[in-house]
Design a protein around this ligand. Structure first.
Ligand code: ADP
Ligand code: AMP
Length: 211
């Protein structure tokens, strides 16, 4: 099974993808996580991506496509995966389609998570992330058991790009460059919209009913 989780930053894609991944035993492939690891390790991809990420812009298509081409053809992704944060442009969607065709497979469904801008901002600025296991928390909506500490023991941090000025830029970039994918996948008849203005548990239940 091959799924894309599409939607604006902060809508809850990563939160749902982590649960869905555990339930369906599918790798959760999040481009943002891959890029943050690459930045930390100062690989050539990380060095190329850094300024784009910190300014809320998209990393150039060629960098992302090369990264994802390798990742989705890795042995653990042979029988499926959840793509979270990719594709984010029409060029990336076309590249993904070519890779899938070459491998004789196809996407099963694109889940499009929808939510208003005000709530997105609230969710993003309250997000706290684990540097070790990539778990996602929220200071009010999904707090950790022990303040500032992940269940794995990691020390939670606020992403540098999760501050209001950068978030505004990321929301604008989403509208201009990523939202055209809604129509793109609607035309391919594989888009299912999920109302993300509900509790984490309720959204997970809705997703469950759809697969
Ligand atoms: P995305 O991957 O789409 O950027 P995340 O899954 O990281 O979004 O979620 C963004 C923030 O919103 C996190 O702090 C997360 O804990 C919180 N969150 C996710 N889903 C919900 C929800 N349904 N209700 C309230 N807060 C949520
Ligand atoms: P995310 O963790 O999904 O919020 O992504 C964080 C940042 O990584 C984005 O704001 C972009 O700068 C970059 N990024 C993640 N995925 C992509 C992608 N598919 N294309 C371009 N840039 C990306």
């Amino acid at each position: 099974m091959r799924f894309v989780f599409l939607g604006p930053p902060g809508v809850g894609k990563g939160t749902q993808a982590a649960r869905f991944s555990e339930r369906h035993k599918l790798p959760h492939i999040a481009t943002g996580d891959l890029l943050r690891v690459a930045m930390k390790e100062e690989t050539s991809v990380g060095l190329k991506a850094k300024s784009f990420i910190e300014n809320g812009r998209l990393v150039p298509d060629e960098v992302i496509i090369a990264l994802m081409e390798d990742r989705i053809q890795a042995p653990d992704a042979k029988s499926g995966y959840i793509l979270d944060g990719f594709p984010r442009t029409i060029a990336q969607a076309k590249a993904l389609s070519e890779i899938l065709t070459r491998n004789g497979v196809a996407l099963d469904c694109v889940f499009y998570f929808s939510l208003g801008d005000e709530t997105l901002m609230e969710r993003i600025v309250g997000r706290r992330t684990c540097p070790d296991c990539h778990a996602i928390y929220h200071v009010s909506y999904h707090p950790p058991e022990k303040e500032g500490l992940c269940h794995c023991g990691g020390i939670l941090f606020q992403r540098k790009d999760d501050v209001p000025e950068t978030v505004a830029e990321r929301l604008a970039v989403y509208k201009n460059e990523t939202s055209p994918l809604i129509t793109y996948y609607k035309n391919e008849n594989i888009l299912t919209e999920i109302n993300a203005d509900q509790s984490i548990d309720r959204i997970a239940e809705n997703l469950q009913k759809m697969v």
